[in-house]
Design a protein around this ligand. Structure first.
Ligand SMILES: *Cc1c(COP(=O)(O)O)cnc(C)c1O
Length: 433
């Protein structure tokens, strides 16, 4: 598998280079030169394959020999070791529950697959790779759990003290083992700045191998295509299929676009957002105007300048007509999001989290407008127990908290306090690393 930077179509990188670099130096994003189309035989037989078998076939074609089959099979089976239920709700509407991994959100797919791929590519198993991440909440837990116990890798997470939820903090700051949480006396922006300074610091880079695990890493996009194939495999193939994707940075939707490029017959995508609706606006007007993000109840989607937008342009060769014919845009206010949670609970007894609720509403509205006989799947991206404060008042009842989440809540946090100062971070890393 070879990759190029969207800013330089003749650049050429191996998968290993793209994964450890994260971003090309020219400020573009990595894209594969070839997105292979899967053979007909695969689609004809797909209903007989398990999720892991589908994931293996898809990644094997995508990686084109960059990882030998046996190793890739192990990576897939170890990374995707949880269920993905497809739950029927209304007629022709299904919830694809992507939240049954260790952190109860869909980011487990990307983080777990990337971590195992990185571990495979570390040639010198003696030399430790240090992953450095700044988090405002959810990325930290997906990355921490994704890399927990992976040999050859140490993860250091920086987070702003007092500015992440209790549940989020417990998910990444109680793990120990190869995961260290640094509680920074400052803001998320301070954390991000310190991480950036670390990547640019010569002394630090001479002393240790530092790498990032941010969400635009190509290794996080590939596994986000698996479940689109899986949903298709479990539904009536004769009906055109629509996916509604609650979106922020658009990595999840990109996974679907990759699947379609690989031959999966997807009729339409719905890009469903909250008040941060630069992409729905683009789909309506053809103009892309990034702006500062605003806070909403679906906070993992509070993105004002989606970093994967450039990949959407790239995949459609910048044709606005093509983009518009593939993707429909919808966006909702917090009031609408909350009303949907209440209504779906009342009518179906099903509890949506605030992100999935936007996916559901986008799908409902699209299907009503389209008026054809379609199958619709919305991606359920988080377990409602992660958003108790929002969800419980809306359903006038309790959300059952999964055992592992409850267990994490009961563990003592083990983070190390640190001032919002790069010298302190450097001194810490040099001493510990
Ligand atoms: C990250 C996240 C999203 C948005 O996914 P993108 O790939 O950034 O579009 C939606 N829901 C939840 C729960 C998330 O954590």
């Amino acid at each position: 598998m070879r990759l190029y930077s969207t800013k330089n179509p003749s650049s050429d990188f191996s998968l290993k280079e793209a994964i450890f670099k994260g971003l090309p130096d020219d400020g573009g994003l990595f894209m594969p030169y070839v997105i292979p189309v899967l053979p007909n035989a695969f689609f004809e037989n797909i209903q007989n394959l398990s999720l892991q078998e589908i994931a293996f076939e898809v990644s094997k074609n995508m990686l084109q020999g960059a990882v030998p089959d046996d190793a890739l099979r192990n990576i897939v089976e170890d990374a995707i070791n949880f269920e993905v239920p497809l739950v029927p709700l209304d007629e022709n509407i299904y919830s694809l529950e992507l939240f049954h991994g260790p952190t109860y959100a869909f980011k487990d797919f990307g983080a777990r697959f990337m971590s195992r791929l990185m571990a495979y590519f570390i040639d010198n198993k003696q030399e430790e790779v240090n992953i450095l991440v700044a988090t405002s909440g959810d990325t930290g837990s997906a990355v921490a759990h994704g890399f927990l116990g992976v040999p050859g890798i140490h993860v250091t997470i920086l987070y702003p003290s007092g500015k992440v939820s209790d549940m989020q903090e417990k998910q990444f700051a109680t793990l120990g083992s190869n995961i260290t949480a640094l509680e920074v006396d400052g803001t998320f922006d301070d954390c991000q700045k310190m991480v950036k300074q670390a990547f640019n610091d010569q002394k630090l880079n001479a002393a240790m191998k530092l790498t990032s695990a941010n969400s635009i890493n190509i290794a996080r996009l590939i596994p986000q295509s698996f479940y689109y194939f899986y949903a298709y495999s479990r539904l009536d193939k004769r009906k055109p299929l629509v996916f509604s994707v609650p979106s922020g940075n658009f990595g999840n939707l990109l996974g679907g676009l990759l699947a379609k490029k690989m031959g999966l017959p997807i009729y339409k995508f719905v890009a469903a957002t909250n008040a941060n609706h630069v992409v729905p606006d683009y789909l309506a007007s053809g103009e892309f105007n990034p702006r500062p993000s605003v806070r909403t109840v679906s906070n993992a989607m509070d993105v004002g300048n989606p970093s994967n937008f450039e990949r959407i342009l790239n995949i459609f060769a910048e044709s606005f007509e093509d983009i518009k014919s593939n993707i429909d845009g919808k966006h909702y206010t917090d009031e609408e999001t909350k009303a949907i949670i209440t209504a779906v609970h009342k009518e179906q007894g099903y509890i949506l989290d605030p992100h999935s609720a936007i996916g559901y509403k986008g799908l409902k509205d699209y299907l009503a407008e389209e008026g054809k006989d379609l199958n619709g799947v919305f991606l359920s991206t988080a377990h409602p127990a992660k958003f108790l404060e929002v969800v419980e008042p809306l359903i006038d009842g309790e959300v059952q908290i999964p055992g592992a989440l409850q267990e994490a809540m009961n563990k003592p946090k083990q983070s190390k306090p640190i001032p919002a100062d790069f010298d302190a971070l450097r001194a810490y890393l040099l001493k510990e690393g």
